[in-house]
Design a protein around this ligand. Structure first.
Ligand code: FO1
Length: 317
């Protein structure tokens, strides 16, 4: 079975551990993940791809499990030196081990390799067992429009998320570069040749909606042959992880399983979903959408693999 997954960072990484565990039980199966790159940022001259790296480190068993990002056993000596020099930003912490990844990526990009090739090269080392594809090879970044004492202005998503902990109300998300971006090499094929497409329980606004907004990706899902099943990132009105509740209202979407399903839309009504898994007790009623409820807490790769099995069963219903 060829499974293609749309995913963001920390939650997406956990979900992919479960998809990989599920696929391990099906000999000859392949898992491809299309990862959000709207969070990417250049700091201290380094190109940083937080979602790609969180997924890569997690699948490799090298992530700091408590934080969900960066390397296990990390040290922070370079960051301390940068702070001594007063080199901003000091609110975004780069670990010494992690910096090696950014150095390799930045050098390869500068030498002309597309991000998809750079990602494949980095994954060579980590043997992730899942093919990781950036949603696009083009530079494309989420900015957040805020209003504060300095007036109405746009700041990079990372500044809003990490520095301000999404505490300043967002007025709008702007995807810089997205309109002219194309899906990265392999992305459209992975959707049209898949037997099963899954939309992971990642941030629906700044991860999944960003991927879907790359020209060509939404159409490929809508017109593709594979069933598309999504998993709700909202459990009883709260996000499983992250701060999706600070993002959904910006699009006028209710923070609920039903709200997110409405954002993605049922394929029968021009959206992308055929089926929708919600957490026990949550509901969604959308014409043409098959809905099933179950425990959606990703407590272990095995528990998540059971979720994936239910998603696949829902697709075959
Ligand atoms: N998240 C933080 O909350 N603080 C940090 O200093 C931080 C640094 C960082 C460095 C590399 C990396 O790949 C991720 C990092 N993250 C950090 C996580 C990350 O930026 C966000 O959680 C995501 O972009 C949202 O998915």
């Amino acid at each position: 079975m060829r499974i293609t997954v749309l995913a963001g960072g920390v939650g997406g990484a956990r979900f992919l551990q479960g998809v990989r565990a599920y696929a391990a039980g099906l000999p000859g199966s392949e898992v491809t993940a299309i990862i959000n790159t709207g969070d990417d940022v250049t700091l201290h001259g380094l190109r940083i791809c937080p979602d790609l790296d969180s997924v890569m480190y997690t699948l490799a068993g090298a992530v700091d499990a408590e934080r969900g990002w960066g390397r296990e056993g990390e040290s922070w000596r370079i960051m301390a030196e940068l702070t001594e020099y007063g080199a901003e930003p000091t609110w975004f912490s780069l670990g010494d081990l992690d910096i090696a990844t950014h150095l390799v990526r930045t050098q390869m990009l500068a030498a002309g390799y597309p991000l998809s090739d750079v990602t494949a090269a980095l994954c060579q080392r980590w043997q992730t067992g899942v093919r990781l594809l950036p949603m696009t090879d083009e530079r494309c970044e989420t900015h957040v429009v805020i209003a504060d004492d300095n007036g109405r202005r746009a700041i990079h998503f990372q500044e809003w998320w990490v520095r301000h902990r999404a505490g300043i109300p967002a007025l709008e998300f702007v995807q810089v570069g997205l309109e002219s971006a194309r899906p990265a090499a392999g992305v459209l094929e992975s959707l049209t040749e898949a037997d099963q497409v899954l939309i992971g329980p990642s941030n629906p606004v700044v991860s999944i909606n960003t991927i879907l907004s790359v020209p060509g990706i939404r159409d490929a899902l809508r017109d593709g042959p594979a069933p598309v099943i999504g998993l709700s990132p909202i459990i009883g009105g709260s996000p499983v992880r992250g701060m999706a509740d600070a993002c959904l209202p910006v699009l006028g979407v209710e923070t609920s399983a039903a709200g997110v399903a409405g954002l993605y839309g049922a394929r029968s009504a021009g959206g992308v979903l055929d089926g929708w898994l919600v957490h026990t007790g949550d509901t969604t009623e959308l014409p043409g959408l098959a809905v099933r409820s179950r425990d959606l807490l990703m407590t272990s790769p095995e528990a998540t693999a059971a979720m994936v099995a239910d998603a696949v069963a829902l697709a075959g219903r």
